[in-house]
Design a protein around this ligand. Structure first.
Ligand SMILES: Nc1ncnc2c1ncn2[C@@H]1O[C@H](COP(=O)(O)OP(=O)(O)OP(=O)(O)O)[C@@H](O)[C@H]1O
Ligand SMILES: [Mg+2]
Length: 387
């Protein structure tokens, strides 16, 4: 985990004083040469909240983070921290602590000396440095390891120390760029809980960059979905999951079935669609669409069930494969139009009700779980990204 200190200019108050500074991005655009990496991003991160930047590799997550930290200066737009515009403020004056992946602690310094490094560089009096070291090692549950060298710690312990090192500089904002990448699953989970606890305890505005949608869903109060340098959606995890604003947001987060359909009727906010595979269902359209228009109905696997007979909201299919995954079973079915779809059901102890090859019906349970998007909107990423 790479750690850089960008300490606050002044050190006043208690080490654990609540912070809760908001971050405001207004019209941020950044190009590398002719390539637009971040395009007109505006965003308000509420003070004390944990927000995740989520998107595929190359979508501009790190670029945005580096702009907030002050390591790059965007060609357009403005950034404010705690209501103060910081466009002309140097990185080490922004009060931002940033933690990267894959960077070791100072190997020749003990745990305590590593954590003391930031406050010492800020000229904090020695007694206060000692208090900061103790306080922050205790926060990350590493107080018993103060005298050890980094090579005498496990990977997860090193990361906790790295976090303490950033926190000891008392940042106003904590930026985390894929900080758990090098950890195995269990350690990763421990660190996620640790960060969440610290963020709450310190009321520390935290921005977490990740391409792991589960990590974003479980940790963040709000998720910012990014694609090709643009914001696709900002919302609470459940909003983004249940009501994706765009086809990209719907498919990047969670898994979903995209079923071709046409608009059959519209009444108020409800749009009835006729599936190419047969059957009609009611769905939610993020944008107005015309009757007869071709759409894709996005249905999460857990919004579908295998049933025996035909009926309203049911589609004829054939069961191809069933895969038990612990608490759930995922079935792959072939619908009447030849397309494959995934159905996820809780696993029962009665054993499988249907066998591969059986004719079945799939029931769509769309209370809040389906959205429709215009079909045939294929973006050309090359053209999109030319300045
Ligand atoms: N210094 C640079 N010069 C030229 N292009 C760059 C530079 N840094 C990043 N880019 C490009 O800008 C785009 C955004 O990069 P960025 O590092 O922000 O992506 P990211 O979302 O953090 O991706 P990842 O998940 O892989 O870390 C990418 O297409 C990348 O190739
Ligand atoms: Mg990155």
């Amino acid at each position: 985990m790479n750690v850089l200190h960008a300490p606050r200019p002044a050190l006043e108050g208690a080490a654990l004083s609540g912070t809760g500074h908001a971050v405001t991005l207004t019209g941020i655009t950044h190009r590398y040469g002719g390539f637009v990496a971040v395009r007109d991003v505006s965003l308000e991160v509420a003070g004390g909240s944990l927000v995740a930047f989520l998107g595929p590799s190359g979508c501009g997550k790190s670029t945005l983070l580096r702009a907030i930290a002050g390591f790059i200066r965007p060609q357009a737009g403005s950034i404010a921290i705690g209501g103060e515009v910081v466009d002309d403020v140097r990185p080490n004056r922004r009060g931002v602590g940033i933690v990267f992946q894959n960077y070791a602690l100072f190997p020749h310094l003990s745990v305590a000396e590593n954590v003391a490094y930031g406050p010492q560089a800020q000229g904090v009096p020695r007694a206060q440095v000692r208090a900061l070291v103790e306080e922050n090692l205790r926060l990350v549950q590493m107080a018993d390891y103060a005298k050890r060298l980094p090579r005498e710690l496990s990977g997860g312990q090193q990361q906790r120390v790295a976090l303490a090192r950033v926190l000891a500089a008392r940042p106003r904002i904590l930026l985390l760029d894929e900080p758990f990448g090098a950890l195995d699953k269990n350690l990763r989970f421990d660190m996620q809980i640790e960060i969440k606890r610290l963020q709450r305890e310190l009321n520390l505005t935290t921005i977490l960059v990740t391409h792991d949608q589960e990590e974003a869903m479980s940790m963040a109060e709000r998720i910012v979905v990014l694609n090709q340098g643009r914001i696709e959606q900002v919302g609470a995890p459940s909003d983004v999951y249940d009501r994706p604003a765009t086809l990209f947001a719907g498919t990047f987060i969670g898994s979903t079935n995209l079923l071709p359909a046409r608009i059959a009727a519209i009444s108020g906010a409800t749009t009835r669609v006729r599936l190419a595979a047969g059957g009609e269902v009611d769905a939610v359209a993020p944008a107005p669409l015309g009757i007869g228009g071709r759409v894709l109905l996005s249905v999460r696997p857990e919004r579908m069930r295998l049933v025996d007979g035909p009926g309203r909201g049911r589609v004829a299919a054939r069961l191809d494969v069933s895969m038990p995954l612990g608490a759930t079973v995922v079935h792959e079915v072939i619908l009447a139009d030849g397309l494959r779809a995934k159905v996820s059901e809780p696993r029962t102890h009665d054993g499988p009700a249907h066998r591969p090859g059986d004719p079945v019906h799939v029931e769509l349970r769309l209370e809040s779980g389906a959205a429709i998007f215009p079909d045939g909107l294929v973006e050309d990423p090359e053209q999109e990204n030319q300045a």
